[in-house]
Design a protein around this ligand. Structure first.
Ligand code: ADP
Ligand code: ADP
Length: 240
């Protein structure tokens, strides 16, 4: 069952000359069609500038395609207005390379933030945060600030915050790129548990082949805005 479908998606940006004058357009994403099935850990791999972030930003409608269509959870979101996007965005969690935690909030407050935005009752928020702290193994750090945490711990907070509202899809943008190899393995193991225990579909952008080989079941290889290969990880990376 398809949970995300991109059909001939193109995204062009206006190029700017040195003087600030417009000098044509460049294609960040060039005629990409792909399909992510429910339950996948779908890797999108490619060098810096290949168009991976732009692609993922179109999945939660932070960017709109120049042409083509994007469907998420059975809805064509290509031209959907902000109010109709809200319930879909609530089903999508996101984690980042630089974690994007609020430095003036504690671990618990960071995790509770999306619940607060959705006006959940205080007692539910507390219960949900406690559950998530246990899941990511940070109960003892509930009252710490991000600056008091290691990189791996920060990303575990990021994951807990992304899960707070029970999303069906988790988008991970270079989520392990700021971490050392050992911590990367820990975070990938946690993402695998997110996928297996909660059935959450994960779309994972990375420039690291090892990350895709470690946890993804399907992969799209991007180069210069195009998907040049797509399929089961085993087939795509199998020796010829
Ligand atoms: P990746 O995530 O694979 O590193 P990006 O999607 O960030 O690639 O970028 C793809 C291309 O699109 C790059 O050439 C980048 O400079 C360009 N690009 C991305 N975002 C913008 C933007 N907001 N305005 C202009 N160009 C952009
Ligand atoms: P700014 O707009 O100055 O970047 P924000 O307060 O909007 O600061 O957000 C700080 C960071 O936290 C941002 O990078 C944003 O992506 C992230 N963020 C904000 N709200 C949420 C949320 N509900 N769930 C997950 N991340 C969030």
């Amino acid at each position: 069952e398809a949970i995300i479908t991109l059909d001939h998606v193109v995204k062009e940006f206006h190029k700017r000359g040195g003087s600030g004058r417009q000098s044509g357009t460049s294609r960040a994403v060039d005629d990409v069609s792909l399909r992510v099935d429910r339950g996948d850990i779908f890797g999108i791999i490619g060098y810096s500038g290949a168009g991976k972030s732009t692609l993922v930003r179109m999945i939660n409608a932070l960017e709109r395609p120049t042409s083509g269509t994007v469907s998420v959870l059975g809805t064509d979101i290509t031209a959907l207005g902000e109010s109709k996007l809200r319930p879909i965005r609530q089903k999508i969690g996101m984690i980042f390379q630089q974690f994007n935690l609020f430095s003036t909030k504690t671990v618990s407050q960071n995790i509770a933030y999306p619940l607060q935005l959705d006006h959940w009752r205080k007692d539910y928020q507390e219960r949900r945060v406690a559950e998530l702290l246990d899941f990511v193994g940070l109960r003892d750090h509930a009252d710490n600030y991000p600056s008091q945490l290691s990189g791996g711990q920060k990303q575990r907070v990021g994951i807990a915050r992304a899960l707070a509202t029970n999303p069906q899809i988790l988008l991970a943008d270079e989520a392990t790129s700021a971490l050392d190899p050992e911590t990367t393995d820990e975070v990938l193991a946690l993402l695998k548990r997110v996928n297996e225990q909660f059935g959450i579909t994960i779309v994972l952008i990375t420039h690291q082949m090892s990350v895709v080989q470690n946890i993804a079941n399907r992969v799209a290889v991007m180069s210069q805005g195009r998907v040049v290969e797509q399929g089961d990880v085993y087939d795509v990376f199998a020796a010829p």
